[in-house]
Design a binder for this molecule. Structure first.
Ligand code: FES
Ligand code: FES
Length: 178
């Protein structure tokens, strides 16, 4: 047997190649800087959860199909499970933990008032999508809501309460600005 063909040398070579691929990033997440070493192709979701230790953003499908991993990049909703960290590195990342300091964002208040969550798994993605919608469109119609929330899957079927809560959040925001 040739030593160089063994599993150990293959593992060492793979680890070495992996190290060569690593890059260093200073990520702005929720107003704080996180210094991380990651493969530039690593999905942002892994970085947020495994390297930054922020577990509010959830893994659902891993294929940009369910919305549970939604975070904001410079205020715009993105699906972090398919976005390489390199593409997010220079933008401001906001996760559910950074939406407000004390859970008093209008969407969070409305979600509580309307008792939206059931199992809760999809809800951080739903809330982040709703917050991004209301930032751009403070008085959305049912159609606007359906368009913005399309592809945000809730296996518990909380869709009617989500729609109601977005309207409640819009009212809370309107009152606050008067
Ligand atoms: S986990 Fe990202 S869209 Fe489903
Ligand atoms: S609340 Fe259970 S999946 Fe949405």
């Amino acid at each position: 047997m040739v030593w160089g063909d063994g599993p150990l040398i293959r593992t060492l070579i793979a680890s070495f190649i992996k190290l060569l691929l690593m890059a260093s990033y200073n990520l702005s997440i929720n107003g704080k800087t996180y210094k991380v070493e990651a493969d530039p192709k690593m999905p942002l979701l892994w970085v947020i959860r495994d390297l930054a230790g922020l577990h509010g953003t959830k893994y659902g499908c891993g294929m940009a199909q369910c919305g549970s991993c939604t975070v904001h990049l410079d205020g715009n909703p993105v699906r972090s499970c398919t976005l390489p960290v390199a593409a997010a590195a220079k933008q401001k990342i906001t996760t559910i933990e950074g939406l407000s300091d004390d859970n008093t964002h209008a969407v969070q208040k409305a979600w509580l008032a309307e008792q939206v969550p059931q199992c809760g798994y999809c809800q951080s993605g739903q809330i982040m999508a709703a917050a991004a919608l209301l930032k751009k469109n403070p008085n959305p119609t049912d159609q606007d809501i359906d368009t913005a929330m399309v592809g945000h899957i809730c296996r518990c079927g909380t869709y009617p309460r989500i729609r109601k809560a977005i309207k409640t959040a819009a009212q809370i925001m309107a009152k606050a600005s008067n």
